[in-house]
Design a protein around this ligand. Structure first.
Ligand code: NAD
Length: 256
C-alpha cells in the first residue's frame, strides 16, 4: 500500500467502506486512508483496472461499475457502514453551448447515483445503529464559477440531498456531511487546465495561478490525502455531532 501517514486516530475494524471513484485522486486517497483505519474497502470505479489496483493495495474488493448507468447502484453490496460518494467529472462550457446530455450525465453520476447508493445502504446502517456518509462536494457546491453550469448545479443539489439525509438519519446514529475542497491535485484538475486555457484564451500555466488560485487565500492546490484525512475525521466518535454540514477545505475561498 502507498505510504499513508494517518493524523486522525480512527479505528474502523469490522466496518465496510464503499468509496466511489476509488480508482484515482480523492477517492483513491480515501480508500487508502479508510483501509489504513482497518475498514474492508469496496473500491468502486468505472475504470476496472484502476479499481482492481486500489483493491489489491488496500486488501479490499474492486467493484467495476459505471455510475452513469442508473441500474449500477442496485448491484452494489447493501451492507456498507461508511459510504463515500466521490465519483465525479467536470465539463467546461458556456451555458448556451453546454451539451444537454452532458448536463444530465453530470447530474446522473454526482446526484442520482449518490441518492440511489444512500437509499441502498441506509437500512443496514439503521439496523446497526451507526453509519457515516461523506459526500465529496466541492467549493462549487457553495459557490458558482462561469462555464461550469452542469457541475455547479449538480454539487448544489448534492448539498441539499446531504442535508435532508442528515435530518432523517440522525436518530439512527448515522451522520451525513459534505466535504468541500477547492482545487485538489488530481487528474480531474490536470485535465481541466487545458480546457480552461482554451475557454479563457490563456496559456495553460496561467490557469492555475490566475483562475484556480485566484479566490483562495492559501495559494496552493489541496492534496488528495488532506481531503482523505478530513473524511477520516468524520468517521471518528467525536465527529458524531457533525451532521448536515458542508465542511470547507478551500484555503479561504468562501470567506470572501
Ligand atoms: P479524478 O478524475 O482523479 O477521479 C475520479 C474517479 O472517478 C476516476 O477514477 C473515475 O474513473 C471515476 N469515475 C468518474 N465517473 C465515474 C462513473 N460514472 N462511474 C464510476 N466511476 C467514475 O477526480 P478527483 O479530482 O479525485 O474528483 C473526485 C471527486 O472530488 C469528484 O466528485 C469531484 O467533483 C470532487 N472534487 C474535486 C476537486 C478537484 O479539484 N480535483 C475539487 C473539489 C471536488
Amino acid at each position: 500500500m502507498a505510504a499513508v501517514t494517518p493524523v486522525v486516530n480512527l479505528d474502523l475494524t469490522g466496518r465496510t467502506a464503499l468509496v466511489t471513484g476509488a480508482g484515482s485522486g480523492i477517492g483513491r486517497a480515501c480508500a487508502r486512508r479508510l483501509a489504513a483505519a482497518g475498514a474492508a474497502v469496496l473500491a468502486l470505479d468505472r475504470d476496472k483496472a484502476a479499481a482492481e489496483a486500489v483493491a489489491a493495495e488496500t486488501g479490499g474488493q474492486a467493484v467495476a461499475l459505471d455510475l452513469a448507468d442508473p441500474d449500477a447502484p442496485h448491484q452494489v453490496a447493501a451492507e456498507v457502514d461508511v459510504l463515500v460518494n466521490n465519483a465525479g467529472f467536470q465539463h467546461v462550457s458556456a451555458v448556451e453551448q453546454f451539451p444537454p446530455e452532458r448536463f444530465a450525465g453530470l447530474h446522473q453520476v454526482m446526484v442520482h447515483a449518490p441518492f440511489l447508493l444512500i437509499r441502498r445502504v441506509l437500512p443496514h446502517m439503521y439496523a446497526r445503529g451507526w453509519g457515516r456518509i461523506v459526500n465529496i462536494s466541492s467549493v462549487h457546491g457553495l459557490r458558482a464559477s462561469p462555464y461550469k453550469s452542469g457541475y455547479v448545479s449538480a454539487k448544489h443539489a448534492l448539498e441539499g440531498l446531504s442535508k435532508t439525509v442528515a435530518l432523517e438519519a440522525a436518530p439512527h446514529g448515522v451522520t451525513c456531511n459534505c466535504v468541500n475542497p477547492a482545487y485538489v491535485r488530481t487528474a480531474l484538475v490536470e485535465n481541466q487546465i487545458a480546457d480552461q486555457a482554451a475557454t479563457h484564451g490563456i496559456a495553460p500555466d496561467e490557469v492555475v495561478e490566475r483562475i484556480m488560485l485566484a479566490r483562495a487565500a492559501v495559494k496552493r492546490l489541496v492534496e488528495p490525502e488532506e481531503v482523505a484525512e478530513l473524511v477520516a475525521y468524520l468517521c471518528t466518535p467525536p465527529a458524531s455531532f457533525i451532521t448536515g454540514s458542508a465542511i470547507t477545505m478551500d484555503g479561504g475561498w468562501t470567506a470572501h
